[in-house]
Design a protein around this ligand. Structure first.
Ligand SMILES: Cc1cc2nc3c(=O)[nH]c(=O)nc-3n(C[C@H](O)[C@H](O)[C@H](O)COP(=O)(O)OP(=O)(O)OC[C@H]3O[C@@H](n4cnc5c(N)ncnc54)[C@H](O)[C@@H]3O)c2cc1C
Length: 413
């Protein structure tokens, strides 16, 4: 069931391989092989290289600054970059190129597309996601951050939380309540808000391994122009869901490559430590292998649908559920294989870890331990596993919906 790429597509692959060979250091082993300071510097300069060579978002249309290639070329870049262990941009690009850009392309006006899309590519605008609030996570439509029109501007008041990469962003897309008397899903708008203004305060949250990746964001009379609504006013729920499809479906065709590399690294550790003598460990490793293979096949299915022009919809929850639950299990197995040694934070730190560790990462006990703690976040962000199961049940399999008690007006008016 390996996909057959056309000769043209394979020629493009050869070009990408040649680009990587030309621009990466001769001794390149993957992003995970770099120390943390070196890694940040590399990621920034690599983004510049990608922008200069027009390799960011190659399938975006030329009229908005893209290259106008097809999804197949984008998939080939995803695959080759994943194999080489190089990123496709800085962390904020996950929100700009991965989420808000494609969403603006679906819902934005011509003027919004012409303004925002090129600025995402140039890196002038760096985005983060203002969805979750202390009282609105899984029940996202319960959000209470308000936006009210004052002349030609929206005035935003409220709080967001868990805002990843908020401290390196200068724009935030915010779900706001614009009509508090409407039913809760029908009073929300999707606003683009500049962060460099006195009414926006970003406070760090330190995670379980001592890292600063997400934040709280407070809005106190923050302002944004009236025209910065994507989709219609009060139609933000539909826009929000389009974006979540892009968030959950991102890199679905190439994720297995990173997971394969990580699992191969764990197999080597298991062998070195004599753990493969245990039938229990062998059984678990075989399960991990099967999950990575399922990921590969699901990726091919996504590829087929992407090439047919489909946008990621509720089915993206299948891959999100699979990779996040798998990663929690495989990293727990890594900790089990290290046994008591896993309690000693020895060796180099992990390079990443929510969705598969970076290629070239160290196999130190500290690294596996950290990756295992961060893997837990994968089953929470972009919707928890329980929420993905609800989506799969109701929107993919068409099972009866759970009874709802919250379809009246939003309650906190
Ligand atoms: C690493 C990380 C990065 C994040 N980055 C961002 C970001 O950049 N921007 C942003 O807006 N948010 C972000 N989030 C927030 C994330 O989207 C929320 O944490 C998530 O949606 C869950 O919401 P909650 O934390 O409020 O948990 P809750 O919604 O309170 O859930 C608590 C528990 O109840 C379960 N539960 C809730 N409702 C149901 C239901 N209907 N059926 C079954 N079980 C249910 C959940 O599965 C969970 O186990 C991030 C989270 C993490 C961990």
């Amino acid at each position: 069931m390996d996909p057959t790429y056309s000769a043209e597509a394979q020629a493009f692959r050869a070009k990408i391989k040649a680009f990587l060979a030309e621009h990466l250091p001769a001794d390149w082993k993957g992003l995970g092989a770099l120390g943390s300071a070196e890694r940040s510097a590399f990621v920034e300069s690599w983004r510049t290289t990608l922008a200069e060579n027009r390799l960011l978002a190659v399938a975006w249309p030329t009229e908005y600054g893209g290259v106008g290639l097809s999804q197949i070329e984008q998939v080939i870049i995803n695959e080759e970059f994943a194999r080489a262990g190089v990123p496709q941009g800085v962390p904020n690009d996950g929100f700009g190129i991965g989420m808000v850009g494609p969403t603006i392309m679906v819902w934005g006006t011509e003027e919004q597309k012409k303004h925002y899309i090129p600025r995402i590519l140039s890196g002038e605008d760096r985005w983060c996601q203002g969805y979750s609030e202390p009282d609105a996570g899984s029940d996202l439509a319960n959000l209470g951050c308000r936006a009210e029109l004052d002349g030609d501007e929206w005035v935003v008041n409220g709080q967001k939380i868990w805002t990843s990469a908020g401290h390196t962003a200068n724009w935030i897309f915010v779900l706001c309540r614009t009509s508090p008397h409407n039913p809760k899903h029908a009073g929300i708008s999707f606003l683009l808000v500049p962060m460099d203004q006195p009414g926006v305060e970003v406070r760090p949250i330190v995670n379980i391994i001592g890292g600063h990746e997400f934040n709280e964001v407070f809005f106190t009379d923050a302002r944004t122009p009236k025209g910065n609504v994507i989709g219609e006013v009060d139609n933000g729920w539909a826009v929000a869901n389009t974006l979540l499809g892009f968030e959950r479906g991102g890199r679905a065709t190439s994720l297995y490559i990173t997971y394969r590399e990580e699992l191969d690294r764990l197999l080597a550790v298991a062998d070195e430590r004599g753990a493969t003598a245990s039938p229990m460990v062998r059984q678990k490793l075989a399960w991990c292998h099967s999950q990575v293979e399922v990921m590969r096949y699901l990726g091919m299915r996504t590829l087929t649908r992407t090439l047919a022009g489909d946008r990621p919809g509720p089915e993206s929850s299948l891959m999100k559920l699979l990779w996040s639950e798998y990663h929690r299990e495989v990293t727990q197995l890594a900790v089990d294989i290290h046994g008591a040694d896993a309690m000693v934070m020895a060796g180099r730190a992990a390079a990443s870890g929510i969705a598969g560790d970076a290629v070239g990462s160290p196999s130190s006990s500290r690294s596996w331990n950290e990756v295992s703690m961060r893997a837990r976040a994968g089953t929470i962000y972009a919707g928890t596993s329980q929420v993905q199961r609800n989506i799969i049940g109701e929107r993919v399999l068409g099972l009866p919906k759970e009874p709802r008690t919250d379809d009246g007006p939003w309650r906190r008016t």
